[in-house]
Design a protein around this ligand. Sequence first.
Ligand SMILES: [Zn+2]
Ligand SMILES: [Zn+2]
Length: 186
Amino acid sequence: MKTLPEHTIIISPVGDFENSLFEIVGRKVNGIFGFPTEVISLLSDVSFAYDHNRDQYNSTLILKMLSKNTLTKSLKILAVTKVDLFIPILTYVYGEAQLGGRAAIISTHRLEEALSPVKPEESFHSRVCKEAVHELGHAFNLRHCQDSSCIMHYCRGIQDVDKKSDQLCRYCRILLSDEIKKTKPI
Ligand SMILES: [Zn+2]
Ligand SMILES: [Zn+2]
């Protein structure tokens, strides 16, 4: 059976990444949201979002650009970049998404900080997966969750990211399945 692009979540690397990262992220995203994922690079360059004063990239501008992308009819687009992202009211962000919208972005820049010396790669992959699901969760209309173990919990630092689980809490799972029913009429 062919998957309709309207039901696909695109993972869009900006720049070079090890391919294995997207296999892991794709599997995780598919497991949580139930939609197939595809890796397609839709943006090769984000220099338009560079802020000289902050030496960082404005994630909101990148989201705007992504949501206008008409090359694909995909349900959601998750961009993954190595550059450091910000929104004007915060020093930095791990990612941003349009609430209930189509576009989301995460940065791996600060996810490489203080990696577990025992299994650094595993620890890095786990953080990237958590942030990918978190931002896509926002794109599926989920807001921040009070439950500190829920993947939709707001993280102020990398310890918070490591501490939370890689799953939605029961409450957020119900909200997500209601949202998906709206997206995917059976
Ligand atoms: Zn968030
Ligand atoms: Zn939750």
